[in-house]
Design a protein around this ligand. Structure first.
Ligand code: FMN
Length: 217
Protein backbone atom coordinates (compact mmCIF):
# COMPACT_ATOMS: atom_id res chain seq x y z
CA UNK A 1 0.00 0.00 0.00
CA UNK A 2 1.33 3.43 -0.91
CA UNK A 3 -0.16 6.63 0.45
CA UNK A 4 1.14 8.64 -2.55
CA UNK A 5 1.84 11.69 -0.40
CA UNK A 6 3.63 14.63 -1.99
CA UNK A 7 7.34 15.02 -1.20
CA UNK A 8 6.70 18.12 0.95
CA UNK A 9 4.00 16.34 2.94
CA UNK A 10 6.26 13.36 3.59
CA UNK A 11 9.02 15.72 4.76
CA UNK A 12 6.67 17.70 7.00
CA UNK A 13 4.80 14.78 8.55
CA UNK A 14 7.34 12.01 9.11
CA UNK A 15 6.98 12.00 12.90
CA UNK A 16 8.63 9.95 15.62
CA UNK A 17 5.80 7.47 15.92
CA UNK A 18 5.54 5.76 19.30
CA UNK A 19 1.94 5.77 20.47
CA UNK A 20 0.42 4.97 17.08
CA UNK A 21 2.37 1.86 16.08
CA UNK A 22 0.12 -1.09 15.18
CA UNK A 23 1.77 -3.85 17.17
CA UNK A 24 -0.49 -6.59 15.80
CA UNK A 25 -0.09 -6.25 12.05
CA UNK A 26 2.91 -8.00 10.51
CA UNK A 27 5.27 -6.00 8.29
CA UNK A 28 6.21 -8.06 5.24
CA UNK A 29 9.68 -8.39 3.78
CA UNK A 30 8.55 -6.91 0.44
CA UNK A 31 7.61 -3.49 1.82
CA UNK A 32 10.77 -3.35 3.95
CA UNK A 33 12.86 -4.09 0.84
CA UNK A 34 11.07 -1.30 -1.06
CA UNK A 35 12.07 1.16 1.67
CA UNK A 36 15.63 -0.18 1.62
CA UNK A 37 15.90 0.18 -2.17
CA UNK A 38 14.98 3.86 -1.86
CA UNK A 39 17.33 4.34 1.11
CA UNK A 40 20.25 3.02 -0.94
CA UNK A 41 19.82 5.91 -3.39
CA UNK A 42 21.23 8.26 -0.73
CA UNK A 43 24.67 9.78 -1.33
CA UNK A 44 27.77 8.37 0.37
CA UNK A 45 31.24 9.87 0.61
CA UNK A 46 33.26 8.77 -2.47
CA UNK A 47 30.36 6.44 -3.28
CA UNK A 48 31.84 3.94 -0.86
CA UNK A 49 28.58 2.67 0.56
CA UNK A 50 30.42 1.44 3.61
CA UNK A 51 27.22 0.95 5.47
CA UNK A 52 25.01 -1.92 6.57
CA UNK A 53 21.29 -2.04 7.29
CA UNK A 54 19.94 -4.71 9.56
CA UNK A 55 16.22 -5.18 9.18
CA UNK A 56 14.22 -7.76 11.08
CA UNK A 57 10.59 -8.77 11.03
CA UNK A 58 11.27 -11.79 13.20
CA UNK A 59 9.08 -11.35 16.28
CA UNK A 60 11.49 -13.20 18.58
CA UNK A 61 14.46 -11.05 17.52
CA UNK A 62 12.36 -7.89 17.84
CA UNK A 63 11.28 -9.00 21.30
CA UNK A 64 14.84 -9.61 22.51
CA UNK A 65 16.09 -6.28 21.13
CA UNK A 66 13.01 -4.50 22.49
CA UNK A 67 13.62 -5.88 25.96
CA UNK A 68 17.19 -4.54 25.90
CA UNK A 69 15.86 -1.15 24.79
CA UNK A 70 13.28 -1.22 27.57
CA UNK A 71 15.86 -2.11 30.23
CA UNK A 72 18.25 0.67 29.18
CA UNK A 73 15.46 3.26 28.95
CA UNK A 74 14.07 2.33 32.36
CA UNK A 75 17.49 2.54 33.98
CA UNK A 76 18.23 5.93 32.37
CA UNK A 77 14.91 7.72 32.60
CA UNK A 78 13.98 7.79 36.25
CA UNK A 79 11.25 9.98 37.80
CA UNK A 80 14.03 12.14 39.24
CA UNK A 81 15.51 12.60 35.74
CA UNK A 82 12.08 13.57 34.40
CA UNK A 83 11.42 16.11 37.16
CA UNK A 84 14.88 17.68 36.92
CA UNK A 85 14.91 17.83 33.14
CA UNK A 86 11.37 19.22 32.93
CA UNK A 87 12.48 22.05 35.22
CA UNK A 88 15.22 22.93 32.73
CA UNK A 89 12.78 23.45 29.84
CA UNK A 90 12.22 27.16 29.07
CA UNK A 91 8.62 28.33 28.94
CA UNK A 92 5.70 26.25 30.26
CA UNK A 93 4.65 25.48 26.65
CA UNK A 94 8.05 23.88 26.06
CA UNK A 95 7.74 21.99 29.32
CA UNK A 96 4.31 20.64 28.34
CA UNK A 97 5.45 19.40 24.95
CA UNK A 98 8.64 17.97 26.44
CA UNK A 99 6.67 16.03 29.05
CA UNK A 100 4.27 14.86 26.35
CA UNK A 101 7.23 13.66 24.27
CA UNK A 102 8.71 11.85 27.27
CA UNK A 103 5.35 10.18 27.91
CA UNK A 104 5.41 9.02 24.32
CA UNK A 105 9.02 7.82 24.73
CA UNK A 106 8.01 5.88 27.84
CA UNK A 107 5.19 4.27 25.89
CA UNK A 108 7.66 3.16 23.22
CA UNK A 109 9.96 1.70 25.87
CA UNK A 110 7.04 -0.23 27.37
CA UNK A 111 5.90 -1.60 24.02
CA UNK A 112 9.20 -2.02 22.16
CA UNK A 113 9.32 -5.79 22.73
CA UNK A 114 6.03 -6.08 20.83
CA UNK A 115 6.96 -4.19 17.66
CA UNK A 116 6.63 -6.29 14.50
CA UNK A 117 9.82 -5.08 12.80
CA UNK A 118 12.95 -3.05 13.40
CA UNK A 119 15.65 -1.25 11.47
CA UNK A 120 19.28 -0.74 12.52
CA UNK A 121 21.49 1.40 10.26
CA UNK A 122 25.19 0.63 10.80
CA UNK A 123 28.62 1.89 9.83
CA UNK A 124 31.22 -0.48 8.42
CA UNK A 125 34.09 -0.20 10.91
CA UNK A 126 34.22 1.22 14.43
CA UNK A 127 34.88 4.89 15.06
CA UNK A 128 36.31 4.84 18.59
CA UNK A 129 39.12 7.45 18.69
CA UNK A 130 38.77 8.34 15.00
CA UNK A 131 39.35 11.95 13.75
CA UNK A 132 36.45 14.35 13.14
CA UNK A 133 36.57 14.27 9.34
CA UNK A 134 36.44 10.49 9.17
CA UNK A 135 33.62 10.53 11.69
CA UNK A 136 31.69 13.06 9.57
CA UNK A 137 32.22 10.98 6.44
CA UNK A 138 30.96 7.80 8.06
CA UNK A 139 28.00 9.19 10.03
CA UNK A 140 27.07 11.58 7.18
CA UNK A 141 26.84 8.70 4.73
CA UNK A 142 24.67 6.29 6.66
CA UNK A 143 22.30 8.76 8.32
CA UNK A 144 21.03 10.18 5.03
CA UNK A 145 20.10 6.70 3.83
CA UNK A 146 18.50 5.82 7.15
CA UNK A 147 16.30 8.93 7.03
CA UNK A 148 15.35 8.08 3.44
CA UNK A 149 14.26 4.67 4.70
CA UNK A 150 12.03 6.38 7.27
CA UNK A 151 10.54 8.75 4.67
CA UNK A 152 9.84 5.84 2.31
CA UNK A 153 8.25 3.99 5.22
CA UNK A 154 5.98 6.97 5.96
CA UNK A 155 4.81 7.01 2.35
CA UNK A 156 3.79 3.37 2.75
CA UNK A 157 1.79 3.79 5.94
CA UNK A 158 4.64 2.63 8.19
CA UNK A 159 5.77 4.49 11.31
CA UNK A 160 9.33 4.72 12.58
CA UNK A 161 11.18 6.47 15.41
CA UNK A 162 14.91 7.19 15.47
CA UNK A 163 16.24 5.96 18.83
CA UNK A 164 19.69 5.64 20.31
CA UNK A 165 19.42 4.60 23.97
CA UNK A 166 20.11 0.93 23.14
CA UNK A 167 23.68 1.93 22.20
CA UNK A 168 24.49 1.72 25.89
CA UNK A 169 24.16 -2.02 25.32
CA UNK A 170 25.14 -2.10 21.66
CA UNK A 171 27.07 -5.34 22.06
CA UNK A 172 24.04 -7.18 23.47
CA UNK A 173 21.90 -6.03 20.54
CA UNK A 174 24.71 -7.06 18.15
CA UNK A 175 24.58 -10.55 19.63
CA UNK A 176 20.82 -10.86 19.16
CA UNK A 177 20.98 -9.68 15.54
CA UNK A 178 24.25 -11.42 14.64
CA UNK A 179 26.04 -8.14 13.91
CA UNK A 180 29.87 -8.50 14.07
CA UNK A 181 30.38 -5.93 16.85
CA UNK A 182 34.14 -5.51 16.33
CA UNK A 183 33.71 -4.58 12.66
CA UNK A 184 30.35 -2.87 12.52
CA UNK A 185 29.04 0.07 14.56
CA UNK A 186 25.32 0.59 15.08
CA UNK A 187 24.02 4.11 14.52
CA UNK A 188 20.41 3.90 15.63
CA UNK A 189 17.49 1.58 16.18
CA UNK A 190 14.00 2.20 14.88
CA UNK A 191 10.79 0.28 15.37
CA UNK A 192 8.89 -0.27 12.13
CA UNK A 193 5.14 -0.87 12.18
CA UNK A 194 2.00 0.16 10.33
CA UNK A 195 0.58 3.29 11.89
CA UNK A 196 -2.83 3.53 13.47
CA UNK A 197 -4.36 5.98 11.00
CA UNK A 198 -2.20 7.66 8.38
CA UNK A 199 -2.78 11.35 9.12
CA UNK A 200 0.14 13.11 10.80
CA UNK A 201 0.74 16.80 11.36
CA UNK A 202 3.86 18.93 11.12
CA UNK A 203 5.79 18.94 14.43
CA UNK A 204 6.18 21.82 16.89
CA UNK A 205 9.56 23.52 16.46
CA UNK A 206 11.33 26.57 17.88
CA UNK A 207 11.23 29.70 15.67
CA UNK A 208 13.84 29.42 12.93
CA UNK A 209 15.42 32.80 13.91
CA UNK A 210 17.11 30.97 16.78
CA UNK A 211 19.25 28.87 14.46
CA UNK A 212 18.90 29.83 10.79
CA UNK A 213 21.63 32.18 9.52
CA UNK A 214 20.77 33.48 6.08
CA UNK A 215 23.49 35.29 4.06
CA UNK A 216 25.95 34.89 6.92
CA UNK A 217 25.66 34.30 10.68
C1 FMN B 1 19.81 11.40 17.39
C2 FMN B 1 18.43 11.12 17.92
C3 FMN B 1 18.28 10.27 19.00
C4 FMN B 1 17.02 9.95 19.49
N1 FMN B 1 16.89 9.03 20.49
C5 FMN B 1 15.65 8.66 20.90
C6 FMN B 1 15.48 7.61 21.84
O1 FMN B 1 16.44 6.97 22.27
N2 FMN B 1 14.21 7.29 22.21
C7 FMN B 1 13.11 7.93 21.71
O2 FMN B 1 11.99 7.59 22.09
N3 FMN B 1 13.25 8.92 20.80
C8 FMN B 1 14.48 9.29 20.38
N4 FMN B 1 14.62 10.25 19.41
C9 FMN B 1 13.42 10.87 18.81
C10 FMN B 1 13.23 12.31 19.28
O3 FMN B 1 12.78 12.31 20.59
C11 FMN B 1 12.23 12.96 18.32
O4 FMN B 1 12.90 13.22 17.12
C12 FMN B 1 11.63 14.23 18.84
O5 FMN B 1 10.78 13.92 19.88
C13 FMN B 1 10.84 14.97 17.76
O6 FMN B 1 9.82 14.16 17.30
P1 FMN B 1 8.88 14.63 16.08
O7 FMN B 1 9.75 14.78 14.88
O8 FMN B 1 7.87 13.57 15.89
O9 FMN B 1 8.30 15.94 16.46
C14 FMN B 1 15.87 10.56 18.90
C15 FMN B 1 16.02 11.42 17.80
C16 FMN B 1 17.28 11.68 17.31
C17 FMN B 1 17.42 12.59 16.10
Amino acid sequence: MKLELGADEVLATTRSVRRRLDLEKEVGEGILRECLALALQAPTASLRQDWHFVVSNDREQCREVGLIYQQVWTSMVTDQYLNTSAGKQGDPGDQGSWLNMMGSARHLAETFPDVPALFVPCISGRLDGVDAMTQAVKWGSVIQAAWSFMLAARNRGLGTCWTTVHLQREQDVAEVLGIPYNEVQQVALSPVAYTVGTEFKAGRRKPDESFVHFNGW
